[in-house]
Write a new protein. Structure first.
Length: 369
């Protein structure tokens, strides 16, 4: 009998222990010791990024100013040239003949002037002696004036023909890099030819063109209230350039112009920054990203490690008054500061959130420090 009671007691004790175990385990599963963070504001400096198109500070189309056949081409595509280097020569035989004809006309005009001067010199003493009348002298002087005018015109024609001859030798107007060469030797070209002979881009400095939204422009103007446009531009910080391969360009740039008009189709405003390019690393037509530093006051910073994404939305676990974790959707802007998002809505100053280990957290869990 005693043995039976002992066995029954053991069974009851085992049952009670097995019943208590899961409850304690479930209670432990509803509590986690994790690091939390109180959300506060901070003044930070962020960098806004904008896609940019890059051009040399000067890109000049090389066009012929006279008609003729391309006689020689002294360059290749992509070649670096200096101001005054000969790029092309155009067949110049017609221009040379025009110069020779103009020189001959100058000689004829000079001879006519000399003859007219001689006639005036012969008639003048006869008039003084009264042998012939004043009309004869006036006529000779008029002929002399006409001859002098003809000489001046002949000289002008000669200068013009020499200038046309100089156009047959096409030189680079600036230091730069040669572009495409659409015409071959022997091609007939003129000032009316559709395409230029080539282009020369001065890339000692380059312009980076990018756009800001109208909203960003308004914020910029409000932040520099009372300043002229020139003063606003001068007060802007230096900008940096990310190249197409993702590397940061070693030279910083300066914003030099802001378009005065907002594009009504895109709601954007064009900016222009200039960068030095002493090593000719950047070429006209390159692309990249301009980073513009900006001060942001009272920014709500949320660590990226405290967030999780669900169906394209961003959430944090916020603790209520009982320290239970409640998922809360937040809105963040496109800018980041170090490893933090900058929250725009969904969270307030002083809110306590789970700062790490959120993969372990479930809705309603109690979070202990």
């Amino acid at each position: 009998m005693n043995f039976t009671k002992q066995c029954l007691g053991i069974v009851v004790l085992a049952a009670s222990l097995s019943a208590c175990g899961p409850k304690q385990q479930r209670a432990q599963q509803q509590e986690l010791h994790l690091k939390t963070k109180s959300v506060n504001t901070s003044n930070v400096e962020i960098s806004r990024q904008y896609a940019t198109n890059i051009e040399g500070i000067q890109t000049i189309e090389i066009r012929p100013q006279t008609s003729g056949f391309i006689e020689s081409c002294n360059i290749i595509e992509g070649q670096e040239v200096k101001k005054g280097d000969v790029l092309f020569t155009i067949n110049s035989e017609n221009q040379k003949q025009t110069v020779r004809a103009a020189e001959a006309l100058v000689l004829v005009a000079k001879a006519n002037v000399e003859r007219a001067e001689l006639e005036v010199a012969q008639v003048k003493p006869l008039v003084e002696k009264g042998i012939i009348g004043e009309v004869e002298l006036a006529t000779k002087k008029s002929n002399l004036s006409a001859s002098i005018a003809q000489l001046e015109k002949a000289k002008a024609d000669l200068l013009n023909s020499k200038e046309n001859l100089s156009y047959t030798v096409i030189k680079s107007p600036v230091d730069g890099v040669v572009g495409d060469l659409p015409y071959k030797l022997g091609s007939l070209v003129s000032s009316q030819t559709p395409l230029p002979l080539t282009t020369v881009s001065d890339i000692s400095e380059v312009y980076a063109f990018f756009t800001l939204t109208e909203k960003e422009l308004l914020a910029f103007n409000r932040g520099s209230k009372g300043m002229s446009q020139k003063e606003r531009i001068m007060a802007m910080p230096d900008v940096t350039l990310l190249l197409a391969d993702g590397s940061t360009y070693e030279h910083t740039g300066k914003i030099v112009a802001i378009n005065g008009l907002v594009n009504p189709r895109t709601g954007s405003v064009s900016y222009k920054a200039v960068f030095p390019n002493p090593d000719m690393l950047i070429r006209t037509g390159s692309s990249g990203t301009v980073k513009v530093p900006s001060a942001l006051n009272d920014a709500l910073l949320v660590p990226q490690s405290a967030t999780f994404e669900l169906q394209g939305k961003l959430f944090v676990y916020k603790l209520d008054e009982n320290r239970k974790a409640i998922s809360k959707e937040i809105k963040v802007n496109n800018n980041r500061f170090k490893d933090n998002y900058i929250a725009e809505s969904g969270i307030n100053i002083g809110d306590e959130i789970v700062a790490e280990g959120i993969i372990k957290v479930r809705e309603g869990m109690t979070i202990l420090n």
